[in-house]
Each structure stands twice: as C-alpha cells, then as structure tokens.
Design a protein around this ligand. Structure first.
Ligand SMILES: [Zn+2]
Ligand SMILES: [Zn+2]
Length: 339
C-alpha cells in the first residue's frame, strides 16, 4: 500500500510503497478515508526526534472495514464506518474493558508503534473502535480524536458549568477545550495566547474572550470576569507553565494539566498550598470520550464545520505537512489517501 513515511528530521515525509497491515485477533483492517495532521506528529519529526526511521504516523483517522483476518468479531461487518482510539490494546485486561487502553500494559500506539493513518490502510482493535452513524461525515470522523482530547480534560475538572475558566494556549488542544467549556455552560471561557490568528480561531471555537499571554494574564482575566479563574486548563505543555498557573490561581482553584510536557518542571508547592489548589493531570481519552464526541456530532449539537481548512492527496501531503510547522491560518489539514 501507499504511505507517507518518516525517515529523519529535516526531511519531508516520503510517499512510498510499504507492507499492507495484517490484522491480529480482535482487529480489523480499515481503508483510511481521512487522517488529520496533528501537532504531535510535527513535534515527533523535529530535531531530537523520538520517531523511528520508517514510521508511518497518523492517529486522527477514520475509515471503513475491509478485512478481519482469520477471526471476525461479533457485531461488525465489512463496510462498517468507524473511528478508533489509536491504540491496539490487548482487549482483555481491566483497562481495555474499562475503555482506557492507554493504560493497557501491552498496548501499541497506532501511528507510532505500528503504522498509522498516513496510509491507504491501517489496523484497529475493534475493542477500541466506535461505529460512525451516517450522519457523521468522514471529515467529522477525522476530528473525533482531537475533540476527544479536549473533552477528556474538561471532564477531569469537577465542573465548568457557571464557572470562570482560563485556558492557557490556543493550539488544537486549547481550541477543543474552549469548545467543550462553552458546551458545558462555563460563564467565561477566556483563552490566553500569544498569536492573534490562533486567538481569533479560539473565538470561533467557543472562547468568549482572549487575553494576551505576554501581559499580566491574571489581571486581564479579572478585568473580563470580575474575579479570578475557578478552573485553569494548561494546554501548552512546556516547562514553566504549571508554575505560572499556580502563581495566578486564586483560593480553591482547580488546575487541569492537559499540555503534554516531556521535560522536568518545577512549581512552588507553598503557593499552591496557600490557595489550596487542586491539580489534576490527564492523558488522552477514554472510549466513552470518543463515543460522546461521535454522539454530539451525529446529533448536530456541536458546530465544527470550520475546523477542517484543507484536504489533500498523497501528492501534496508532504508539503502540506511541512507547511504546518509555520504559523498560518490553517486549522486541521486532512489527508485523503484515495483522492
Ligand atoms: Zn492528535
Ligand atoms: Zn489491555
């Protein structure tokens, strides 16, 4: 099959013929309809890359079942449209049964450990898959994963209803967080961002105000909301951000850390203690997060039409991927492997 293959940092992805995926027990092969480009993939291909030579990335995919291999799990048939959590869990441990395959001890990450959706076909474990009703388009299907990241973080807060919310960073995670905070009835959804283009995008996604991340964020927030934030979502993921959240947290504030940071970081515990701050760390999503996003799209309860800004075939894909390294007004760019 055709796939976009990563070789090394500084080199665009190469369109090559690679081995077709082979389904294991409980798995299926899907024909990829769309796969979104994720910031995680851009990071993984930068200098000090963590991705192995030959990796086929892509974890924001949707498609239809074309093969089951030797064993066809009950309740599924060829042609079924689906999205899937991009992990191959064992399907048998408590974590897999509870719909959180991230914690499965033997899980493999699709688009990292096994070839992902930047290809004509990819494999899924049906325990992690969710059927797409006809009212969910392929474009919308490809948006389920990034929206699920957002809802997982928002659900980790005790509640956002009627609350004053501050979101640090208007990258894709910050945008999805803004959308769900608005959806669940937050009073103020204020986003702190350096880039004006991204901040404008956040306003289209449900943010109710923006503040300049370069200025005094706490003071700007108070001017808008008349009080400090009840909940802060850290959606940047670089060292120093948690410390900043703690410094501006008023008494009883909840800080939810969604931004993925792989470097050591520090904050002042005494400051967090003085304000009795609650801090939560979250990762990825559960199967129910995925199902909820699908249900809300299927019933037209969220408006995400403006989220996809481009759909490209393999020919343009490597250039489109590279272009996303620089700020632009692109939001989600999708690959259509068969266009
Ligand atoms: Zn992603
Ligand atoms: Zn498992």
């Amino acid at each position: 099959m055709k796939a976009a293959v990563f070789h090394k940092p500084g080199e665009p992805l190469a369109i090559e013929t690679v081995d077709d995926p082979k389904p294991g027990k409980g798995q299926a092969i899907i024909k990829v309809k769309h796969c979104g480009i994720c910031g995680t993939d851009l990071h993984a291909t930068e200098e000090h890359s963590t991705a192995a030579d030959g990796t086929v990335m892509g974890h924001e995919f949707t498609g239809e079942i074309v093969d089951f291999g030797t064993h066809k799990p009950e309740g599924w048939k060829e042609g079924d449209r689906l999205v899937s959590i991009p992990f191959l869990g064992c399907g048998e441990c408590i974590h897999c049964h509870m719909g959180r395959p991230w914690n499965c001890a033997t899980k493999k990450i699709i688009g990292s450990d096994v070839p992902g959706g930047y290809a004509e076909y990819t494999q899924v474990h049906l325990n992690e898959a969710i059927k797409l009703p006809d009212s969910v388009s392929w474009q919308e299907g490809a948006l389920v994963e990034p929206l699920a990241v957002g809802i997982h973080g928002v659900r980790a807060a005790s509640s956002v209803e009627g609350k004053n919310v501050l979101i640090i960073g208007a990258g894709p995670i910050g945008l999805a967080t803004a959308l769900w905070c608005n959806f669940f009835g937050a009073r103020h959804v204020v986003i702190s961002e350096l880039d004006q283009g991204r901040a404008d995008m956040a306003m289209r996604f449900g943010a109710t105000a923006m503040v300049n991340a370069k200025g005094d964020v706490a003071a700007q927030f108070e001017q808008i909301a008349g009080a400090g934030p009840d909940v802060i979502f850290e959606c940047v993921g670089i060292p120093g951000m948690i410390g900043q959240c703690v410094m501006m947290a008023p008494y009883g504030c909840e800080v939810v850390v969604v931004g993925f940071c792989t470097h050591p970081d520090t904050f002042m515990p005494a400051v967090a203690m003085a304000q009795e701050v609650t801090m939560k760390f979250v990762i990825a999503y559960t199967k129910d997060d995925f199902q909820f996003v699908v249900d809300m799209i299927a019933s037209d309860r969220i408006n995400i039409d403006h989220m996809v800004t481009d759909i490209v075939g393999f020919e343009e894909f490597p250039d489109s991927f590279e272009a996303l390294r620089n700020p632009s007004d692109q939001c989600k760019v999708l690959l259509d492997p068969f266009s």
